[in-house]
Design a binder for this molecule. Structure first.
Ligand code: DGL
Length: 272
């Protein structure tokens, strides 16, 4: 098969990476995509870095070996923050994570030079955003906050209401106090909470989603390597989950949209 027609492989610890899938579908409707949600081992955000790294390697290798992925998108901030280096070194195909594209956009949109990042405990503790912001060379001051509990609200499909608003007010207060004018949603689940986060932060703060930025980076990389699917290519989208596939299908379809038709099981340690 023409290498350009091979799918892009995408993985996340669960549903969150579907925000990246949405952006990829919208920006590149003729690219075939294969997604694995590791719901069976979710959450990653509070697990040791070495364990998350092992999961990431296994999922990425499966996407290349079993589906012939031409490019891997690590659509999970926690996994990208601890495993991007090992994946880039070990895989035969290019790898893109959600950290650097988001950090670049954040540095670009701020006017007052004060920016914020929110993510899981694992992502914030890894310091990956501090490194990525520094690498942009921009003169910005970064305030970060872990938001334990946000992901659980999304997984319960409870994306608005008093409870999540109260939690947001508490967790976002250090970011508000820092006077940021741009806030990166550094966890793939958080775009689903954008209305709540925007209300709490106020109209003057720009929310940056790593999902869109990552999709732009993917398109750039495919174009530069001559790997973009031809316009005539009839795209396919396949979904796998290591958790309950019926739950993945019903909640996933509500989160992603009608493109999520069927979900197949993915088993750790076996070919899917
Ligand atoms: N997908 C993870 C991330 O983007 C959030 C969910 C989890 O903790 O596994 O950081």
């Amino acid at each position: 098969m023409d290498a350009r027609e091979q799918p892009i492989g995408v993985f996340d610890s669960g549903f969150g990476g579907l925000t990246v899938m949405r952006s990829l579908i919208d920006l590149m409707p003729n690219e075939s995509l294969v997604y694995i949600g590791d719901n069976g081992r979710y959450p990653y955000g509070n697990k040791p870095a070495a364990q998350v790294r092992g999961f990431a390697v296994e999922l990425a290798e499966s996407l290349v070996r079993d589906h012939g992925a031409k490019l891997i998108v690590v659509a999970c901030n926690t996994a990208a923050s601890v495993a991007l280096d090992v994946l880039s070194a070990s895989l035969t195909v290019p790898v893109i994570g959600v950290i650097e594209p988001g950090a670049r956009a954040l540095a670009r949109v701020t006017h007052n030079g004060r920016v914020g990042v929110i993510g899981t405990v694992g992502t914030i503790a890894s310091g990956a955003y501090d490194t990525a912001i520094e690498a942009t060379g921009a003169d910005v001051e970064l305030t970060s906050a872990a938001c334990p509990g946000f992901v659980e609200f999304v997984e319960r499909d409870q994306t608005d209401g008093e409870e999540v608003t109260l939690l947001a007010q508490r967790l976002l207060s250090p970011i508000k106090e820092a006077g940021v004018d741009a806030l990166l949603l550094g966890c793939t689940h958080y775009p689903y909470l954008a209305p709540v986060i925007q209300r709490v932060m106020g109209e003057g703060v720009v929310l940056v989603s790593s999902a869109n930025e990552t999709a732009f980076a993917v398109r750039e990389l495919l174009d530069s390597r001559g790997l973009a699917a031809p316009a005539s290519h009839a795209a396919t989208r396949r979904f796998f989950s290591s958790g309950d596939i019926d739950t993945f299908a019903s909640l996933g379809r509500r989160l992603l949209g009608p493109e999520l038709v069927e979900v197949s099981p993915w088993h750790s340690g076996a070919s899917s």
